[in-house]
Design a protein around this ligand. Structure first.
Ligand code: HEM
Ligand code: HEM
Length: 471
């Protein structure tokens, strides 16, 4: 079993290296453009809470822009960025070239066709109704499914041809993630699951598996590869990583009904979802402990390495956000928080504080190794601090405001009172969101410098283990 990072240095030829680097760069650039677009829309949505009449035309209504924001962040930004990273990690850790460079390009085109078509359809008012995170009309979701199948095939093909004895832990997570997601994407399309109470149940199943069996394993896979490189030591425990993988796989698929507590879904199904939401503490705390113990005693490295700081925030986002999710799943707390802005805070603590920071950490740690180009330290610093401070303001304001909102509802006050009480918190969300968006512009500049821009003469940002420098 491979336990050390030094064990998987590159043995690819120059041509393979260049092909891998151009795939990784193209996925990252494409994802970054989607991040800019999707969060510009998110910011507009946030401002609309303060100025609802701003942009009142049909194309700019809240109802059309909200699913554009969520689908574009999920499928244009996070999915594409994570697949680009997964390709790089699969090839490098397996010490082999990509199974098919052509398939990787086809996948990128399919992902983008789906995201563009989905965005246009939603803005024209074609929306698959109340199916959250799958509002794109179903033929477009088929295109996304095709992109997933191509990606799964290519990743499995790459790892199957590895020149190492064992499958490196990261690839367990990424291959597990793509395979599972092909299944949930199919379940989300099959027509006989899409009506009545069955649809409610499938909606919860889809929503939580999209975050738990797609974004989460891919992001964890990146941690398992990038972290040992950043701190120049093997992961604390390979066995704990495998244990967290299997427990995640067993517990996650059955917690979806916690989105529909107090609904007409069978009571036992809701209770099962709560019980397994508590069981999720096992993989979450096990995995987080593994990452934090890998970083132990490296406080000095943290102050020198922004990529490591991004990874640390990502790990804390995973630990705190998921633990918050467990607490949120109890009936007594759902009574207060369900349907309030508290949940929007949880969504951003996890999808932003965990997934998005994990992607940034992975990109800053690995893209310079692929392209040989680094961003400047000022760009890294601005990106990091604006994103951290902005998202902190965003999450804290919505968590406090959302709790007040829920308590207002519970005590039977007129609904408008909760709107008045939320006003200040919505303004603060706008302030945090503005900082987050500004940080994305800086990120785009950094990505440009790491890919197609002129080479920056910055000091190496990534501490490399012996034998890695040429990778
Ligand atoms: C593993 C432990 C987790 C548990 C037990 C959990 C629990 C919950 C619960 C109970 C809700 C429903 C809130 C409501 O409707 O009132 C929720 C919503 C949500 N969670 Fe989590 N969560 C966890 C981790 C995560 C992670 C890691 C992510 C992202 C990667 C995530 C993303 C979301 C999102 C986006 C929503 C909003 C869904 C919606 O639109 O209704 N959660 N979570
Ligand atoms: C500048 C940064 C961002 C801003 C200002 C922003 C703003 C917003 C706003 C205003 C909403 C609607 C909330 C509501 O309906 O009450 C929302 C929803 C959402 N956003 Fe963002 N967002 C940003 C970044 C992101 C990113 C990067 C992701 C994912 C990677 C993301 C994922 C989501 C999700 C999952 C929801 C649905 C929340 C739920 O139903 O609980 N957002 N966002």
């Amino acid at each position: 079993m491979q336990t050390g990072v030094a064990a998987h240095h590159s043995s690819l030829g120059e041509k393979d290296n260049r092909a891998l680097a151009s795939i990784f760069a193209a996925y990252t650039v494409s994802a970054t453009l989607w991040l800019l677009f999707a969060t510009a829309v998110g910011l507009l949505l946030a401002y609309k809470f303060g100025a609802p009449d701003f942009g009142a035309g049909a194309w700019l209504t809240f109802g059309r822009l909200r699913p554009i924001h969520t689908n574009a962040t999920f499928y244009g930004w996070a999915s594409v960025a994570l697949v680009g990273l997964a390709y790089y990690v699969a090839a490098r850790s397996s010490r082999i070239s990509l199974y098919s460079v052509k398939l990787a390009w086809i996948g990128l085109v399919l992902f983008n066709v789906a995201a563009v078509a989905g965005t246009v359809a939603l803005d024209l008012g074609y929306n698959d109704g109340n199916l959250e995170y799958r509002e794109w009309p179903w033929p477009i979701r088929f295109v996304f499914l095709a992109a997933l199948v191509v990606t799964a095939w290519n990743l499995i093909g790459t790892v199957a041809r590895r020149s190492t004895d064992d499958i490196y832990l990261s690839n367990w997570y990424t291959i597990g993630g793509v395979l599972w997601t092909c299944i949930i994407a199919l379940v989300a399309i099959l027509p006989w699951y899409q009506y009545g109470l069955g649809q409610v149940s499938v909606s919860g199943y889809y929503m939580h598996n999209a975050v738990g069996m797609w974004f989460t394993p891919l992001a964890l896979g990146i941690f398992y590869y990038a972290l040992p490189r950043l701190v120049s030591r093997p992961i604390y425990s390979y066995a704990l990583g495998v244990f967290a993988f299997w427990t995640n796989l067993v517990f996650y698929p059955i917690i979806g009904a916690h989105h529909f507590l107090f609904s007409p879904l069978p009571w036992w199904l809701q209770t099962t979802a709560i019980v397994f939401s508590v069981a999720m503490l096992v993989p979450v705390w096990g995995g987080s402990a593994n990452f934090l113990l890998t970083m132990r005693g490296r406080v000095r490295d943290l102050t020198h390495s922004y990529p490591l700081m991004f990874v640390l925030v990502g790990v804390l986002g995973y630990l705190v956000g998921s633990t918050q999710g467990t607490v949120e799943a109890f009936r007594s707390l759902q009574e207060v928080w369900h349907l309030t802005n508290f949940t929007v805070g949880h969504s951003h603590l996890t999808m932003y504080g965990f997934i998005t920071f994990a992607i940034w950490g992975g990109v800053y740690a690995l893209l310079p190794l692929a392209t040989g180009k680094e961003p400047g330290r000022l760009g890294l610093m601005l990106h990091f601090w604006m994103a951290v401070v902005g998202s902190f303001i965003y999450v804290i304001s919505l968590s406090i405001g959302g709790t007040i909102q829920g308590l207002d509802w519970k005590s039977g006050l007129p609904f408008i009172q909760s709107v008045v009480d939320m006003q200040a918190y919505h303004v603060w969300r706008g302030v945090g969101g503005s900082l987050m968006f500004l940080s994305h512009i800086v990120f785009a500049w950094n990505v440009w410098r790491m890919t197609y821009g002129r080479t920056a003469k910055a000091a190496p940002l990534v501490a490399l283990p012996v034998g890695e420098a040429a990778a």
